[in-house]
Write a protein that binds this ligand. Sequence first.
Ligand SMILES: Nc1ncnc2c1ncn2[C@@H]1O[C@H](COP(=O)(O)OP(=O)(O)OP(=O)(O)O)[C@@H](O)[C@H]1O
Ligand SMILES: [Mg+2]
Ligand SMILES: [Zn+2]
Length: 561
Amino acid sequence: MAYKALYRTYRPSTFDEVAGQEHIVKTLKNALATGKLAHAYLFAGPRGTGKTTMAKLLAKALNCDEGIGHQCNECKNCKAIIEGTHPDVLELDAASNNGVDEIRDLIDKVKYGTILGRYKVYIIDEVHMLSTGAFNALLKTLEEPPEHVIFILATTEPHKILPTILSRCQRYDFTKLSDNDIKNRLRDVLNKEGVSFNEDAIDIIISLADGGMRDALSILDQVLAYSGNKLDVQDILDIFALESKEEKLALLNSIVSKDVSDVLSRINRYVSLGTDIKRLTDDLLLILKDILIYQSSRNTSCLEVLSEDEARSFFKLLDIDETLKMIDIIMSAQKDYKSVSSIIPLFEVTILKLITAKKDGEAKEEIPEPQIERPLPKPEPIQQKSVEPQKPAEPEQPVSLFDQPVEEEKPVVLSKDVLVIKDTRKDNSFFVNDDLMINIMVTAKKEIKNQLLDGWSNLKRYITHPTLGKIASLLVDGRPLVASNKVLVIEYQFPTTAERANLIENQEAIQNVVETVFGKKMFVYAVSRKESVRCQQNYMNKLQISKLPKADTVNIEFEGE
Ligand SMILES: Nc1ncnc2c1ncn2[C@@H]1O[C@H](COP(=O)(O)OP(=O)(O)OP(=O)(O)O)[C@@H](O)[C@H]1O
Ligand SMILES: [Mg+2]
Ligand SMILES: [Zn+2]
């Protein structure tokens, strides 16, 4: 015998077998019981949610020999409807027969009485696909339908149907099926088929089906064709090129621990395996959503994909700002996927961006309440802070060439001859050339940089601020690289962010935020990671050939001074 797809085998044969759509079943049953039937119904809703099924059930309920409202599935009317051979139940697929002739043909038959049943039922599937001429022909019939005729129009796109048709129909909106409805139906089918299964496997199918019962059953069909009499998580992952939850969590872990090489090797593996990247992106978003829910409410009942332990483990690694930022990055990637021919490079960039969303630094600190009232409280200026007792040494900080040993505060000789930063404007941005960068580096003070680093997360408090927020979040993305009394150089992972920070139009606002948060007026310049490496090499070369300028011969002056 030819194989029959599961979704056809398990088509509901009575109203009571329909999963979900309770409101529709109830109203139809009621109309059948009271005889208050409409002449035309419109069944609208997503694919595979039961529109055609419901239309056939209604046809049976109208014609069953046992009486109106019954669906015995045994009588000649029921059987003929099930087999699709009933002379009074006519199915027209507008997607394939959208000509005026077909409709006219149909209308011709409308005036004749029934042959076998009580009602003539016209089921027009995908009715939005009818041509205008056919629509108009249909409209005429809908205006004055004979007593014994009932139209059931079905569509996934009700907005494409002419208002004149809509107004003549009783409309029923089918909804996507809930996870639970699908789960129960799948369990039922699996039991009847004698297939062993575990719940995780069912959950994966549900997530793939996206509320469509036909899709859920087709997916199940596909998996069973591959794996025989058991439903296994790994089989589903293999067939649909999905990554396991463990893999997704491991990827996220590498992202937040900024393990770039591990992240890149994972991406390579996905590419070589042909992983469904879009779905992987969607899944990462769901995970982050759960993390955010847990961070903001500690509510575990709303977690969709993570267990409480998993949510808690990320809670320690990320703060709300970082999570929100990662969510933003993923959502914008999802949007961009639609407009690129190959999504892999975009996926790679997205994952690298996620790495930058996690700020540098060690343990997570308590997130201060956002302070949005004005005037903003002025935090202690850096000068005062430096008087605080020495913190225990920070061995975890890699030693950078930029970090000059603290010099005793000898008065700097101000010679006006040296470079001034206003010479560094280039079009609409600041540009610091290598010589000037060397000058900045030799006057840098590790102590100042460390104070800035310590307080850098205070910038987060201003992210929600109406005027400073935008700049604060721009700054918080970077990290102080070199700082002297007058100049602060920030490093960003990517050149585009550095470029934004270097726009002349942003400088004043940046200085304001830095002054507000750190009590220090400084010229702020940004470099990308790549530039910073280059500057470091340059400094090193100069150091080796003793060509570094002496700190006290350098004066840096910024515009407006
Ligand atoms: N609500 C439901 N309850 C139980 N099974 C359903 C339901 N909806 C769909 N199915 C299953 O999916 C199959 C296809 O459903 P149906 O043809 O009714 O969907 P549809 O809404 O008409 O979809 P389309 O818009 O693609 O025409 C059914 O045979 C049945 O196995
Ligand atoms: Mg249908
Ligand atoms: Zn019957």
